[in-house]
Design a protein around this ligand. Structure first.
Ligand code: DCT
Ligand code: MG
Length: 399
């Protein structure tokens, strides 16, 4: 169950918070309820979170505010609302009163006030304000284009641009190759990718990889590995048994996709990964493995049940965003764990390692600061074991 796991945790974590579970409990003779107290960890890696979110009313609101703070470069507040949303996603039922939140971690006064308003009125003033704000709406629209980040969106907004047609008509704007393709394939890649489409693309990549290297390993990762029905892209990881050959394998895969005529766009990033120089204390957002960000052409005939496309679409194919990453075999478990996500799960696993275990974790490895050595892992379970965490299946990592 969702609460006993953290109770069984071998070593207690520094900050413990408590949550009352009253609904299912017997009454005492004097009419009071027995109150069982279970802990909800402040760390997402100690909360089992499936794709079933009973509290979407609240978490959607929090995510709007988090995004708004992100656009305003207020990282602390942004992260606070992301954490609050993540805690609510792990709960086994919907919050029915503010009382229910009293013993939950990571909920600040602002978050509680929003919950209170939503419970009472079905909407929250601050959230409505953001949703109707022109700047928020415009930045949200611009950042929905592949290749456009918050900085570029902000720059365009400041020069008075409000719609795609303004951007495309503005001769002073130079779109890079990625952004040009973002606009070119906008309709397709802003539409969700279905599980059937993700499976079809995994099959395409799996066949290409194995035609080049028969003993290669290929896995669908990202949100689809966590059991999501829809995603914004398809994340696939592969490697060869022979360390050092993985980068050429990725280059050969790209060539093969190009020869098949399915490569609509490719941004290849060579590995900058170097075991000798591996930093033991700093962790970057982006890992150093060879990877590529693609737009691939997917035929309707390849997808069981057909494409997730508009009814009037008679092309018989669609464009899909696909990320491929190719780590060396001896880093595969770390890369698979990192690319499976969710982002909040990964963030908290790293924070847990650092704060509770004096260890440094990233997509490349795990460094024990006490022993001053790297800890090897061949499976994801090995990494959880090193950290003294109960193993979580991918479908329980939807934090
Ligand atoms: N990731 C990572 N390093 C990067 C990029 C991503 O470790 N440089 C991880 C975080 C989650 C995972 O890879 C997949 O990323 P997304 O596709 O952005 O997230 P998702 O959970 O698959 O969500 P979606 O369903 O929207 O694709
Ligand atoms: Mg994804």
């Amino acid at each position: 169950t969702w609460f006993t796991d953290s109770m069984k945790e071998r070593r207690p974590v520094a900050v413990e918070t408590r949550h009352l579970i009253q609904d299912t409990l017997p009454m005492l003779p004097e009419g009071r309820k027995v109150v069982a107290v279970a802990t909800v960890s402040q760390y997402a890696c100690q909360r089992r979170t499936t794709t079933t979110n009973h509290n979407a009313v609240f978490t959607d609101a929090f995510e709007v505010l988090a995004e708004c703070y992100e656009f305003n470069q207020m990282e602390g507040r942004c992260l606070a609302f992301r954490r609050a949303a993540s805690v609510l996603k792990s709960l086994p039922r919907v919050l029915s009163s503010l009382e229910d939140t009293h013993h939950l971690p990571c909920l600040g006064d602002h978050a509680k006030a929003i919950i209170d308003e939503l419970l009472q009125h079905g909407r929250a003033f601050d959230v409505q304000k953001v949703l109707s704000d022109e700047r928020y709406q415009t930045l949200k629209l611009f950042t929905s284009v592949f290749g456009v980040g918050p900085k570029t969106a902000e720059k365009w907004y400041r020069t008075g641009l409000r719609a795609f047609e303004h951007i495309l008509a503005d001769r002073s704007i130079h779109l890079n190759h990625m952004q040009q393709n973002g606009f070119l394939h906008y309709e397709d890649i802003s539409r969700a990718v279905s599980k059937a489409e993700a499976r079809a693309l995994t099959k395409v990549i799996d066949e290409v990889v194995h035609a080049i290297t028969p003993d290669a390993i290929v896995a669908l990762t990202g949100g689809f590995r966590r059991g999501k029905e829809f995603g914004h892209d398809v994340d696939i990881i592969f490697t060869t048994l022979e360390v050092g050959k993985e980068e050429n394998l990725l280059l050969d895969v790209i060539k093969s996709l190009e020869n098949q005529g399915v490569l609509l766009y490719c941004d290849y990033q060579a590995a900058t990964f170097d075991t000798a120089k591996l930093p033991a204390h700093s962790f970057e957002a982006m890992d150093h493995f060879a990877k590529c960000f693609l737009i691939l052409r997917l035929e309707a005939s390849q997808v069981e049940g057909g494409l997730n496309s508009g009814e009037e679409d008679s092309r018989g194919w669609r464009a899909v965003r696909v990320d491929l990453v190719s780590p060396p075999m001896n880093r595969y478990a770390f890369a698979l764990l990192g690319w499976t996500g969710s982002r909040q799960f990964e963030r908290d696993m790293r924070r847990f390692a650092r704060k509770e275990r004096r260890m440094l974790l990233d997509n490349h490895g795990l460094f024990d600061k006490n022993k001053k050595e790297f800890l090897a892992a061949t499976t994801e379970k090995d990494i959880f074991d090193h950290l003294g965490l109960e193993y979580m299946e991918p479908w329980q990592r939807n934090a």
